[in-house]
Design a protein around this ligand. Structure first.
Ligand SMILES: Cc1cc2nc3c(=O)[nH]c(=O)nc-3n(C[C@H](O)[C@H](O)[C@H](O)COP(=O)(O)OP(=O)(O)OC[C@H]3O[C@@H](n4cnc5c(N)ncnc54)[C@H](O)[C@@H]3O)c2cc1C
Length: 595
């Protein structure tokens, strides 16, 4: 049957339809992200902020959240024949499948009446347009500033996951388009059509996209993350440029994608510049080697006591201040001028100093450690040359200039609204958990002192668990532990440190206390209402979560906030989900960060 669209206008109709479906894909993805943010982040924040002293209002909504979490949370799959297991979230696979179905429908719908070309070539062109519809979201997902995380309520690592999988889906579709287009022109024996400049640009874009996709597999990222990042940036640039030249219809999508990233980076660089100018030391920071694998960095930001809670800091980047648990991207030009690495700010903004705890890995952090050790050797030899006379500098503290972008992240619910909060940190994960816990405890302390119980529980139970390998690791967050020890006993708080690689008999109790009480700047043993319990085994996370959950009723809320390795945080998600399934379980909010 002949098409109802006149032959001479079919090309233009096809073009406008292709554009329509390209933008529909973009729109649907963004709407889904906004919907996720509204349903699972912003509405819960609002409803929790209206709670009473005894319970949450709107139990129906929190029941819906619980049911949603039970059905969508991740599950653990054992790999047969090995001791390894993988964590898998069926709901994400379902969402991916739904997205693929939508894409597939868009690739075929309204192509039947376009008969001026063979249908498969019409579909091939549509496939490329629908695929390019994901490009702006893929690029928005690499923004470091918190626009997409605020809108969607998703954390940076989930957004990176989105970037990865949207990229893979787009690559698959472009591959199909490439094969079908080549088949069409070669079938017509029209080789010249694949050798004209726009097609050459298209092939160059495809080749760089091929490398981008396959050279970002996990094992390659693990080989050298810095090399991976460099090749990823170069290939992305080539791919975007060639896509721009390949087809004029792609230009709007490419321009939006590129401009969003450029705007993000320019904003970050301006803020980085302002930070440096406003810094009391103009970027000069103190570095200290804490042990074989760990360093600490002190970045002076402003005078102590300065805080801000201006409304715009929810969406806009912060200057001279940070939220507990946020991270920055740090560059040490003396180690590498062009590399920025993420590290969590382990201190509170009222201290005026950003404190970072850096664990040695294989790349930048290893080179930083080598640099500090060399500086230490030079310092030691100067010390010996001066017959033990110490210069007007602290021994072991090295000064280097840094620049950084940020702060970013820590986009979670307000823990003040929960009847019970369980903080779980493993190793350097304390860099996230300690400042978040400390800020909460200080706020509770302050409000208790004013008898202010508006929209928060009367007597929230706070439990802080930190798992470390050796007692010496206490030094990493000794400042934070000392601040916790100084809190008043008006707070229902328990702190337990699990030491996993030493047995009780080997550990000298007095030495343990010495680390805690004598490494403070004041060198005073402070009076404390809070005590720290030491346990010499692995923490049984499942039981801890279960116990905290069982203390609450259905109309109350438990928050589990954790940071550690991906396997640690994944297991916590699973245990939270098991706790949700119990009869009369409370609302359980699980927030995890992993690095
Ligand atoms: C939000 C966040 C907060 C973090 N906070 C801390 C912290 O407080 N303390 C700490 O010791 N570590 C933290 N990390 C991990 C830290 O960023 C890496 O250990 C560090 O970048 C390793 O650098 P490298 O070149 O020595 O590592 P490599 O040995 O080259 O890589 C090791 C791993 O580190 C990660 N990584 C390396 N470079 C980057 C990068 N530029 N961006 C993102 N990930 C990268 C990759 O997963 C990589 O597989 C955090 C990571 C993230 C994402």
């Amino acid at each position: 049957m002949a098409s109802s669209i006149p032959f001479d206008v079919q090309y233009f109709v096809e073009k406008s339809r292709n554009n329509k479906y390209e933008w529909l894909v973009f729109l649907i993805t963004i709407i889904l992200l906004i919907l996720h943010g509204i349903l699972f982040h912003w509405i819960p924040i609002y409803l929790r902020s209206k709670r009473t002293e005894n319970s949450l209002n709107n139990p129906g909504y929190f029941k819906f959240l619980k049911t949603w979490d039970i059905w969508t949370s991740c599950i653990k799959l054992e790999i047969p024949g090995t001791k390894k297991s993988i964590y898998f979230q069926p709901s994400v696979v379902l969402l991916g499948a739904l997205f693929l179905v939508i894409n597939a429908v868009f690739c075929f719908v309204e192509t039947v009446d376009l008969d001026y070309l063979p249908r498969y070539y019409v579909v091939s062109k549509r496939i490329s347009k629908v695929a390019v519809g994901s490009l702006p979201t893929i690029m928005l997902a690499i923004m470091k500033n918190d626009l997409l995380t605020s809108i969607s309520g998703l954390q940076h690592d989930r957004i990176t996951f989105l970037h990865l999988w949207l990229g893979r889906i787009m690559w698959t579709m472009i591959t199909i388009h490439f094969i079908m287009a080549c088949k069409y022109w070669l079938g017509l024996d029209f080789v010249i059509m694949i050798l004209i400049p726009p097609q050459i640009f298209g092939m160059m874009a495809y080749c760089s996209f091929f490398l981008l996709t396959w050279a970002s597999l996990k094992f390659i990222r693990n080989l050298s993350f810095d090399v991976f990042l460099l090749q990823h940036r170069v290939l992305s640039f080539i791919m975007l440029l060639m896509t721009f030249f390949h087809n004029s219809g792609n230009r709007a999508a490419v321009l939006i994608a590129v401009h969003s990233v450029v705007l993000d980076r320019v904003t970050s660089n301006i803020i980085s510049f302002v930070h440096k100018r406003k810094s009391p030391t103009k970027g000069m920071c103190s570095f200290e080697v804490l042990d074989e694998d760990t360093m600490s960095i002190d970045i002076p930001i402003h005078e102590a006591g300065y805080t801000t809670s201006a409304w715009y800091t929810i969406f806009l980047p912060r200057v001279s201040c940070w939220k507990p648990g946020q991270h920055i991207y740090l560059c040490v030009p003396k180690v590498n001028r062009f590399q920025f690495h993420p590290f969590t700010i382990a201190s509170l903004e009222e201290s005026g100093n950003m404190k970072l705890l850096v664990r040695k890995q294989k790349g930048f952090t290893k080179r930083l450690m080598t640099k500090l050790k060399k500086m230490e050797e030079v310092e030691m030899s100067n010390f010996e040359d001066n017959d033990g006379e110490v210069e007007n500098r602290e021994m072991g503290i090295h000064k280097l200039k840094v620049t950084f972008t940020g702060p970013y992240g820590a986009n979670h619910q307000n823990f003040l609204r929960f009847d019970s909060v369980l903080f779980l940190a493993a190793g350097s994960g304390g860099a996230f958990v300690f400042p978040v816990a400390l800020a909460l405890l200080k706020e509770i302390d302050l409000r208790n002192s004013k008898s202010d119980f508006l929209h928060r529980p009367m007597n929230p139970k706070i439990k802080l668990i930190w798992s470390i390998q050796k007692k010496e690791n206490i030094r990493w967050f000794v400042d934070q532990l000392q601040q916790i020890l100084q809190l008043s006993n008006s707070i229902n708080l328990s702190v337990t440190i699990y030491i996993t690689q030493e047995v009780e008999e080997e550990v000298d109790d007095e030495k343990l206390m010495d680390i805690l009480y004598h490494s403070s700047s004041s060198h005073n043993r402070t009076h404390s209402d809070v005590s720290i319990e030491f346990v010499f085994k692995r923490a049984d996370v499942a039981t801890l979560i279960q116990k905290q959950s069982m203390k609450l009723n259905q109309s109350q809320a438990l928050a589990v906030c954790s940071c550690g390795s991906p396997s640690f945080t994944n297991s916590i998600k699973i245990h939270c989900n098991s706790a949700r399934k119990a009869n009369d379980s409370p609302d359980i909010y699980c927030y995890t960060e992993s690095f």
